[in-house]
Every structure is written in structure tokens, then in C-alpha cells.
Design a protein around this ligand. Structure first.
Ligand code: 2BA
Length: 109
């Protein structure tokens, strides 16, 4: 069994939740915050059998869109190079960041 952890944009979260449950795939949706943008995003945890991983990744890929965001740089973003605090920068976000983990044990107690 695998645990898929995926971080998606809030704008895609409801559609992804619907797409997963319509296909009989169980998921849990968590509110999260990106460490770089310091904005809300959504993290799904999805427990599946090994043979379903590819299907879940296809659903995520079909639903989640890459978007560009314009933002005013925050102090921690200086690692990107010289940034002027009042000059908006463009950052591309998504579609989805996906981690696939081995599950040692799954139980409902
Ligand atoms: P954030 O950390 O808020 O990052 C949002 C977007 O900012 C990233 O999009 C990326 O395009 C850009 N970005 C992040 N760190 C950067 C840096 N040091 N320099 C330049 N640009 C940077 P995505 O890569 O699509 O990531 C979307 C969200 O997925 C992230 O939000 C974070 O919540 C999560 N994520 C991405 N990689 C992760 C990782 N290795 N571990 C845990 N969470 C991760």
C-alpha cells in the first residue's frame, strides 16, 4: 500500500476532491501553507493499493493547473537574487507536488 501526499492550489482542491471520490478513491483534505509564498494551499493524503498509484497521479495531473502569481517579494525571498521590495515578481505554482510513500501498516481500530 502507498500513501500519496500531494500539495495543490486551493483553486483546484474542490475539483480534485470530487474527482477522487467519483472514482472511489478515498482522500483526506488538509489546509496547509506554503513555506515560500506563505499563502494557503491544500494538502491531500490518499491511501491506495500500489496498482492504483498511477490512476491517482493521472487524476491529479488532469485536475491541477499550473498558474503564475504576481506578488510583492517577502524578505526571505532574497535567496532568489536581488529583489526590490516594491517590485512585483512572478512565480509559477503547481500543478501539484506529489510524494508517494510506502505504508508499513494500515489499520482501522
Ligand atoms: P510554496 O512553498 O509557497 O511555493 C510556491 C511556489 O514558489 C513553488 O511552486 C515554486 O514555484 C516557488 N518556489 C518555492 N520555493 C522557491 C525558492 N526557494 N526559489 C524560487 N521559487 C520557489 P511549487 O513548486 O508548485 O510548490 C507548490 C507548493 O508545494 C509549495 O508552496 C509547498 O507548499 C509545496 N511543496 C513544494 N515542494 C515541496 C517540498 N519539497 N516539500 C514540501 N512541500 C513542498
Amino acid at each position: 500500500m502507498k500513501l500519496i501526499v500531494t500539495v495543490v492550489q486551493d483553486a483546484d482542491a474542490a475539483k480534485l476532491q470530487n474527482a477522487l471520490s467519483e472514482r472511489g478513491l478515498r482522500s483526506t483534505k488538509l489546509a496547509s501553507t506554503g513555506g515560500f509564498l506563505r499563502e494557503g494551499n491544500t494538502t491531500f493524503i490518499i491511501g491506495v493499493e500500489d496498482h492504483e498509484v498511477a490512476r491517482v497521479k493521472t487524476v491529479i495531473h488532469d485536475v491541477c493547473r499550473e498558474r503564475n502569481k504576481m506578488l510583492r517579494p517577502l524578505p526571505h525571498m532574497s535567496e532568489m537574487g536581488p529583489v526590490m521590495p516594491n517590485d512585483p515578481i512572478e512565480v509559477s505554482v503547481g500543478g501539484a507536488t506529489v510524494f508517494v510513500l510506502n505504508v508499513e501498516e494500515f489499520a482501522k481500530l
